[in-house]
Design a protein around this ligand. Structure first.
Ligand code: CMX
Length: 138
């Protein structure tokens, strides 16, 4: 397995509108999409920086993953997502190396990508995501 690039960096924020204003006004980026991912109990906002995106994450439920993260650890970098090809095989390879999988089967994430998370306890403290855009053909 070799990721092609960092697909996005997920950043947990308490106030999405205030965070969007910072990324637009201070960094000069443009928010091109806002999307709620209901099963993850988050609202997301996206910015492009070259091939990589910044994904802001605002919790819609204090008991959801981002709500709990902010409660326990505060705002900040929540996860790093690698773009991969053949996400199922990448998960299998990670598992063979002893990595604990949060998602053993990919599921549908924001922007229609197939996504799966690896547990931060087995990835040196960084919640790690694999992403594959199956709409993109070789
Ligand atoms: N990065 C690093 N460590 C994290 C973490 C994160 N994002 N979230 C939790 N942890 C740590 C906790 O601090 C805790 O560490 P300690 O035991 O040292 O205190 C440990 O992981 C276990 O945490 P927990 O509170 O017992 O477990 P949670 O119920 O909070 O679950 C996790 C943690 C990662 C398994 C869960 O958040 C998860 O399944 N995440 C994947 C899905 C997700 O994050 N969705 C939101 C984004 C969706 C999107 O991008 O669209």
């Amino acid at each position: 397995m070799k990721p092609t690039h960092i697909e996005h960096i997920g950043i947990a924020v308490k106030d999405m509108d205030a965070a969007i204003a910072y990324y637009e006004k201070v960094l000069g980026l443009t928010c091109y999409a806002i999307e709620e991912v209901k099963d993850q109990r988050v609202r997301t906002a996206f910015f492009k920086v070259g091939d990589t995106k910044i994904e802001l994450l605002e919790s819609t439920d204090p008991e959801g993953p981002v709500g709990k993260f902010i409660e326990k650890r505060g705002q900040g970098v929540h996860h790093i997502a690698f773009a991969v090809k053949g996400i199922e095989q990448c998960l299998e390879a990670a598992k063979e190396h002893g990595v604990s999988l949060i998602d053993s089967v990919p599921r549908r994430g924001a922007e229609g990508l197939d996504i799966a998370f690896l547990h931060p306890k087995s990835t040196f403290g960084v919640l790690t995501e694999f992403c594959e855009d199956k709409k993109v053909k070789e």
